[in-house]
Ligand binder design. Structure first.
Ligand SMILES: [Zn+2]
Length: 428
């Protein structure tokens, strides 16, 4: 296991520090006592100085106890701020955009995707992200299994398996002759309520813990007007109804107003991108408690030069509008949950999203909440996102004070996943 991690570390250019050995923690192992100059209480919104966090069996067992356990192994992180591990609600770990991306559907295999996901997952956790909600097929369902088994170092994965949409839409494979890679409901493409219901059931059967849909047309696909609604109102309702029966939430890719509103009315939990939010869409999202997952860093970072002309012109149309939408949504108090569309820009740069939320109107605290407590809420979970007894021991340390300088999140020095140090100093 260790040698595989080291091999991956060597294979990944951006990782400078070698991976710390991963010490498997069991309930019987001694507790780990983490000390840090500062810790952020994301709920109360204040920094706690001279923090002590006790971790045992993969979970946080105490925060600033009167006496630390005598048999504990101590890791003193010094002059850093300890934060809950970051959560990115929109990643594509099994792919990364390149000139070849538009023919990948006919040139690469699920095995290629899986090996890519392992390497990209390592970059992502080194950037401080301990949970991702990922839209990446069987490859990232399998990555999630490997992380749970402890055989790969990567974030915990909440996978969608295949995204669901209409024939010829953003979630289909487009741009090829008839007969080439035609998609079925099992692959996420269907027309009519029963076909998309089958698509939902099949994704859940094979590991989906969230359903991702294409409510509207998109940028990175070879189909028509970028904002147009694609799934019909009936199809959207069928998807949400079926997913809800399984206790599973729906994430809707949606750029244009009509599709955004239709998806919100159907009861999706998150709107991904939300590029063209008008006042009515904003009011509807607030009323229904729908989260916006902005994916805004990619606007600065997307490599337009590698895109086919149709796709490039769609990107140039929609991306500037999306930024105005985000500014309006933040000002109006729409719930914003952190998500980046990693894979559209190079993996591992996820934290660059934080500073943009601040630039477009959030306080640094609100931006940090978006990637911790708010993201956890959007996932429908209660087991992470805060540093508190009983929660998963997923932690990240950053230099300085991120409430003063949000870009500190871009320079994590230490990362723990489930009580295992995966970056930086080990306990002794
Ligand atoms: Zn995406």
């Amino acid at each position: 296991m260790r040698s595989l991690s080291v091999l991956l570390a060597l294979a990944v250019g951006g990782v400078t520090a070698p991976l710390a050995p991963v010490a498997a923690q069991t309930a019987a192992a001694p507790p780990t006592v983490i000390r840090a100059a500062r810790m952020l209480d994301v709920v109360a919104g204040r920094l706690v100085t001279n923090a002590t966090v006790v971790v045992e069996g993969g979970r946080i067992t105490a925060v600033n106890p009167a006496t630390a356990p005598k048999n504990g192994r101590v890791v003193d992180l010094g002059d850093v701020t300890l934060l809950p591990g970051f959560i990115d609600l929109h990643t594509h770990l099994s792919s990364e955009i390149s000139a070849g991306a538009f023919t990948r559907a006919v040139t690469s295999t699920e095995a290629d995707a899986a090996l890519g996901a392992a390497a990209n997952g390592l970059k992502t956790i080194m950037a401080g992200f301990t949970t991702v909600r990922d839209f990446g097929g069987d490859a990232t369902v399998a990555l999630g299994h490997a992380v749970e088994r402890g055989t790969l170092v990567a974030p915990r994965v909440i996978p969608a398996r295949e995204s669901i949409g209409i024939t010829g839409g953003h979630c289909d494979v487009t741009g090829f002759a008839p007969g080439v890679r035609e998609q079925r409901p099992e692959d996420g493409v269907g027309d009519g309520p029963w076909a998309v219901t089958r698509a939902v059931r099949y994704q859940i059967k094979h590991g989906a813990q969230v359903i991702k849909i294409c409510a509207t047309a998109g940028v990175l696909s070879l189909e028509g007007p970028v904002g147009a609604q694609q799934l019909s109102d009936e199809e959207l309702q069928a998807i949400v109804t079926e997913a809800s029966r399984h206790g599973i939430r729906v994430a809707a890719h949606a750029h244009g107003n009509a599709g955004i509103k239709a998806a919100v009315r159907a009861g999706v939990t998150t709107i991904e991108h939300g590029s063209e939010l008008d006042d009515e869409a904003i009011a509807l999202m607030k009323q229904r408690g729908t989260y916006l997952v902005p994916t805004t860093y990619l606007v600065d970072r997307i490599n337009l030069a590698v895109l086919p002309p149709l796709v490039r012109s769609k990107a140039e149309t929609i991306l500037p509008i999306a930024r105005e939408s985000l500014r309006k949504a933040i000002a109006a108090g729409v719930k914003v949950a952190f998500g980046t569309d990693a894979g559209v820009y190079p993996h591992g740069e996820n934290a660059r999203e934080f500073a943009l939320y601040v630039k477009f109107g959030m306080t640094p605290l609100a931006a940090l909440r978006a990637a911790t407590v708010t993201a956890t809420e959007a996932l429908g979970r209660t087991d992470r996102g805060v540093i508190e007894a009983g929660k998963l021991a997923d932690l990240v340390a950053v230099p300085g004070d991120p409430l003063q300088d949000i870009t500190a999140t871009e320079r994590p020095t230490w990362v723990m996943l489930g009580g295992r140090v995966v970056k930086g100093a080990d306990p002794r």
